[in-house]
Design a protein around this ligand. Structure first.
Ligand SMILES: [Zn+2]
Length: 306
């Protein structure tokens, strides 16, 4: 029986409906040295983010995956506080972002030490929060995987192998994903437990299909952004579905969030665009309700539950 670990404890299959697989509640995108996340005001984050979570719930979202790893200001204690205030589950990650955001301790750690840390967060909990990570988030450089990123990836493969956790990677280029899958498979991890985050950033659609054929999840997670039109997403979702990979596709906004390096967390974008504006267009283009349910309910559950 698979379960999904969240900030509100674990859920079982059928407990949840629509899940947004890639959003942020709290992420520090300020200068690395400033470490603004350390001094963040928890109550202010709740005040700023609560209305957005509530609006998502009203729109029909039942959970969201918070994709902030170590290196860009992960604060699971704050995410948990927001989640509890809203009585709305968030799915959080262990793992480490790419260089130059890899903290000194992780650069110095051995692969086995990193695996042990990830397994602890996946099975016991993160820091003092009592919240278990559901999955492993990492990243790789746009031009190729650095040795430190490869170490983190191999450590994640072992932690994922031991726990069943999915690995999601912020990877902009398809050929870098190809290298990541080679490393993962070499380490005895399965490609079908890997999510290619930001797939839309790779302009060569043949690479989307190549990774899907190997078993990887594709994630179109910039829905509602200025960089990609709704028409682009409608077309590419249909092409993925027609190629037979609808069961490996995830849809999200990559929105939110409170950034502690900015006054009152900067400007937030709502988590409601997909449901309120985009899905009606997908339906109007002829995509069936059963497919939309697959993409928004069943796929995120299967990807993140373990
Ligand atoms: Zn993101």
């Amino acid at each position: 029986m698979s379960v999904l670990e969240t900030t509100l404890g674990h859920y079982r299959a059928g407990d949840l409906g629509i899940i947004l697989p890639h959003e942020h509640i709290f992420v520090d995108l300020g200068p690395i040295e400033a470490e603004s996340y350390r001094a963040a005001d928890r109550d202010e984050v709740i005040e700023v983010m609560l209305p957005h979570i509530q609006a998502a719930r009203v729109a029909g979202v039942t959970a969201l995956v918070e994709c902030t790893p170590t290196g860009v200001g992960r604060r699971v204690d704050i995410v948990k506080a927001v989640s509890e205030a809203a009585n709305f589950p968030a799915v959080v990650a262990t793992g480490i972002y790419r260089e130059p955001w890899v903290p000194a301790w992780a650069q110095a750690a051995s692969e086995a030490e990193l695996t042990a840390w990830m397994v602890r967060e996946l099975t016991e909990g993160i820091e003092e929060t009592g919240v278990r990570a559901a999955w492993i988030k990492l990243s790789a450089g746009d031009d190729g995987i650095t040795p430190v990123e490869a170490k983190i990836l191999r450590a994640a493969a072992e932690a994922g192998r031991q726990t069943g956790a999915v690995i999601g990677s912020h990877t902009i280029r398809g050929r870098v994903v190809r290298d990541q899958l080679d490393i993962l498979e070499g380490a005895g991890y399965r490609a079908d437990r890997f999510i290619w985050i930001h797939t839309q950033a790779e302009p060569d659609f043949a690479l989307h299909l190549e990774m899907a054929r190997r078993g990887a999840w594709l994630e179109y997670d910039a829905i509602g952004s200025d960089a990609f039109s709704d028409a682009w997403f409608v077309e590419h979702i249909q092409r993925v579905v027609e190629a037979g990979f609808g069961g490996q596709l995830l849809l999200s906004h990559d929105r939110g969030w409170y950034d502690p390096s900015k006054p009152r967390g900067g400007t937030q974008l709502p988590y409601t665009y997909l449901l309120e504006s985009f899905l009606p267009k997908l339906r109007a283009a002829g995509v069936e309700d059963a497919t939309i349910e697959l993409l928004t309910v069943h796929n995120p559950w299967r990807a993140f539950a373990r």
